[in-house]
Every structure is written in structure tokens, then in C-alpha cells.
Design a protein around this ligand. Structure first.
Ligand SMILES: Cc1cc2nc3c(=O)[nH]c(=O)nc-3n(C[C@H](O)[C@H](O)[C@H](O)COP(=O)(O)OP(=O)(O)OC[C@H]3O[C@@H](n4cnc5c(N)ncnc54)[C@H](O)[C@@H]3O)c2cc1C
Length: 418
């Protein structure tokens, strides 16, 4: 732990000094020099030499990966406004962050809200140190937008639960050690009431993970099958039957995580900020095309809007508010904005967006086209844009709720595909 005094006793300047001192001591000297001198080429070379896993572990151990988490669970114990100072400095030094966002961004806040002290001590430190990767086992073939209709069953057997069923679209399940699982524990109750939330060890006997290949050629998500998988009751989060309330915490944090909150400069194109796109258009001559220029300016404006909206949401959290339905605003806008941006990036490439080779794959046309293809998922993952609009209509604007014919009848009597 780096924070050397009780967090509440530190001034903002002391927090900044501590994180900067830590970064300058822990980053390679050539990395720090490249940042100080604004030398992009030297920065790329310094970055390439760093062991990603080792770096993420050290950032977590120091508490900087999760600055608001209490110190006893591996965080820095800072309030949200001082955590922003930490994140600003990490962004300034352009450090790697863990890709374990399903854990850190969704599982962590859920355990902090609903977990026991023992559960938090067991799972939070290895999570924020990037030593144990997490996945989210909510969606099923017959339950995506209507996740409360899920059918995976958990049946109690003494101190354990026996789980059978199937999940789908489970990002990172192939490398995850732990999964947040929502399962049906009482089919006689209406759908929202008969579910329970568990943490499942993905290495347990009976868990089978099958990768799904995406349009990008990558396989970042999976099908997950459970055949008589045993979960200790000690891994239950919240009361039996309270799964929907616990899952709602995870989902609200998912929207915040997917809204671009905390990103340094809005969406990225081929790994670089939007402003790089403008610079590239100026040097290629695309800037002289009035229509393309108009779209570029619009993209820059929308990028700023995303950033400002996220600042506003972060300020509300600094004021002590938990993630709420307003996360749907930025989730919805960020998803549609990123698709417009990636379409534009491919249009700007012209014919060179159709074929590329060698070095152009990593940082040039290949990366841009991969970003374009990947962005198709943005309006689906973490809740579709249609569902976000429903949430905004009902819970932010106070419009009448959608009719729901199956809300009050036992789940087992709800009609579904066989
Ligand atoms: C890249 C990616 C990663 C994902 N990772 C995970 C993960 O790690 N864990 C996990 O649990 N899930 C994950 N998902 C699943 C994701 O949450 C679901 O795909 C999403 O909630 C939509 O569910 P569905 O695919 O079953 O579509 P459906 O719910 O079947 O929807 C089909 C269509 O109907 C529309 N629709 C449905 N209900 C309504 C309504 N009430 N009003 C208006 N329109 C409606 C939808 O908008 C959509 O257009 C991931 C998805 C993607 C694309």
C-alpha cells in the first residue's frame, strides 16, 4: 500500500504528490523521460518493453488501480474527488490498466455493496491486482434483454448448491478464475423474486467453456455450460432470492463502465485519440472535403460531450450518489457515437481500408477496420440501445412502464421456447 497516512488526513496536493512519486519511481526511466519530453516515438518504445501483467499487479498492490476501495480490500481508501486526482495522473503518465474491468468495474462494486467482509477480503485484492480475472454469467440463449427470465437452475444440497444450465456471450470466461452467476433457485416465485447471486469458481468440475468467434476474428466471449457444478453456500452474495437486487448493482456499474467514463479522450480510433483522426485527415487532404470535414468536427464535438457528461456523472458519484439509471444516458450515447466515429474512420481510409499488410495491421488500417467491426457490438453489449431507451423513459423521464404480462406469475408458468 502506497498511501502512507490515513487517507482522510491527506490534502489533494499530498495525494497528487504520492501518486506522482510512485509513478516516477515505478515506471521505467525511459518511459518517464518520454512523458516529460513529450517524445511519442520514445514513449512507444518504452511502452513495448514493459511486462503488462507485472505492471497491472504492481499498480493494484499500490492501491492505485482502485483508489476508492477501502485499504483493507486493496484500494487506496480515497474519496471520489481524490480518486479523480489519481486517475488524472495515471492518464497523464499513460499507464496500462488491467483489462479485468468486469471484475474491477462491476464485480468489485457489487461485493463492496452486497458481499460479506470475508468475501471482500478473499476476492478483491487478487481482482484489483490483475491476478484473478472475472467474468459475468448473466445472459442465456433465452434471456438477454429480459435477463430476469433466466433458466439456469441452482438447487441447494446441504452447504452447497448444484448448478445446471447454460450461459452465453460470456466475455473473458476462457481466462476467468471467477464468475458472477445469477441462477434460478425458486421456480415457483415470479421471475424477479426466485433468483440468487453466486460467485462460481470457473475451474470447478462440470464448467465447460466454449469460445465464440466474432466478426473481428477474435473470440473474446464464450458459451458456458454447467453440469452438476457445486458452489459452496459461502460463495452466495446476498440472501437466497435476492439475486435480482444484487444483479441490478452489477448492471448499473456495467453501464458506467461501458459509457467511456474514465477514458482519457473519448473514443479511440485504431488506438489513438479522435484528434489524431483530424490530424491524419489534414495531412491526407480529406480535410478539404466539406462533407468529411463536417463529420470530423461533429465527431470531435460529440467526443467532448461524452467526456463532459461523464464528468457530470463522476461529480454526482463524488457527491455520494451510487451508480443509477443516468448511466444509461452515457452508455446509450457512447455506443452510438462510437459507431458513427468508427464508420467515419473507415470512410477516411478510402480504398486502403480494404486491404493492408505487415506493420499497417497493428496501428494502421487493420486496427481501424477491427475497431469498426468491433463497434457493431456497442449497441448490444451491456444492454441494447432499445433497452437503454426504455430505462431512460421509465426511470429518468417517468413515462408509463411497458406492459409486463409475466411479472407476477410463477416463473415456471411463464411461456418460453422449449
Ligand atoms: C460483445 C458482447 C459482450 C457481451 N458480454 C456479456 C457478458 O460478459 N456477460 C453476459 O451475461 N452477457 C454478455 N453479453 C450479452 C448482452 O448483455 C446481450 O446480448 C444483450 O443484453 C441483449 O440480449 P440478447 O442478445 O439476448 O438480445 P434480445 O434480448 O433477444 O434482443 C433482440 C432484439 O430485441 C430488442 N428488444 C428486446 N427486448 C426489448 C424491449 N423490451 N423493448 C424494445 N426492444 C427490445 C433488442 O433491443 C434487440 O434488438 C454480451 C454481448 C455482446 C454483444
Amino acid at each position: 500500500m502506497t498511501v502512507t497516512q490515513s487517507p482522510g488526513a491527506l490534502t489533494d496536493e499530498e495525494v497528487r504528490d504520492q501518486v506522482v512519486a510512485w509513478l516516477r519511481e515505478n515506471l521505467p526511466a525511459d518511459w518517464v523521460k518520454a512523458i516529460d519530453e513529450g517524445d511519442e516515438e520514445a514513449f512507444r518504445m518504452a511502452r513495448a518493453g514493459v511486462d503488462y501483467n507485472d505492471w497491472c499487479r504492481r499498480l493494484g498492490e499500490a492501491g492505485w488501480a482502485t483508489p476508492t476501495w477501502p485499504q483493507e480490500y486493496g484500494g487506496a481508501g480515497l474519496d471520489p474527488s481524490q480518486a479523480k486526482i489519481v486517475n488524472d495522473e495515471l492518464n497523464k503518465y499513460r499507464v496500462h490498466r488491467s483489462f479485468n474491468v468486469i471484475g474491477i468495474g462491476m464485480g468489485g462494486p457489487t461485493l463492496l455493496q452486497w458481499g460479506t467482509d470475508e468475501q471482500r477480503r478473499q476476492w478483491l485484492p487478487p481482482m484489483n491486482q490483475h491476478r484473478e480475472i472475472w467474468c459475468q454469467l448473466f445472459s442465456e440463449p433465452g434471456a438477454g434483454s429480459d435477463v430476469a427470465g433466466l433458466a439456469t437452475r441452482a438447487v441447494r444440497d446441504g452447504d452447497e448448491w448444484i448448478v445446471n444450465g447454460q450461459k452465453v456471450w460470456t466475455t473473458l470466461a476462457h481466462i476467468a478464475r471467477w464468475g458472477m452467476l445469477v441462477a434460478r433457485t425458486d421456480p415457483d416465485l415470479p421471475k424477479h423474486k426466485g433468483m440468487t447471486y453466486f460467485i462460481v469458481d470457473m475451474h470447478s468440475p462440470g464448467v465447460e467453456v466454449r469460445p465464440l468467434k466474432q466478426i473481428t476474428g477474435d473470440a473474446e466471449f464464450n458459451e458456458v455450460f454447467f453440469a452438476d457444478v457445486r458452489i459452496p453456500d459461502a460463495n452466495r452474495v446476498g440472501d437466497v432470492g435476492a439475486g435480482w437486487s444484487v444483479a441490478t448493482e452489477t448492471l448499473m456499474n456495467e453501464r458506467v463502465a461501458l459509457s467511456g467514463a474514465g477514458s482519457t479522450g473519448g473514443a479511440n480510433v485504431g488506438g489513438g485519440p479522435v484528434d489524431d483522426l483530424v490530424a491524419a485527415a489534414k495531412s491526407s487532404g480529406a480535410w478539404d472535403d466539406l462533407v468529411l470535414r463536417d463529420r470530423l468536427v461533429q465527431a470531435v464535438i460529440e467526443g467532448r460531450l461524452v467526456k463532459i457528461s461523464n464528468f457530470r456523472a463522476a461529480a454526482a458519484r463524488r457527491g455520494g450518489k451510487r451508480a443509477g439509471p443516468e448511466g444509461s444516458i452515457t452508455k446509450l450515447f457512447q455506443a452510438e457515437y462510437n459507431q458513427r466515429l468508427q464508420n467515419l474512420a473507415v470512410d477516411l481510409l478510402g480504398a486502403s481500408g480494404m486491404a493492408w499488410a505487415g506493420a499497417d495491421d497493428q496501428a494502421g488500417a487493420g486496427a481501424t477496420v477491427r475497431g469498426f467491426l468491433r463497434s457493431r457490438a456497442n449497441t448490444i453489449e451491456g444492454g441494447t440501445s432499445e433497452v437503454m431507451r426504455n430505462i431512460l423513459g421509465e426511470r429518468v423521464l417517468g413515462l408509463p412502464k411497458e406492459p409486463s404480462v409475466d411479472k407476477d406469475i410463477p416463473w415456471k408458468d411463464v411461456k418460453r421456447n422449449a
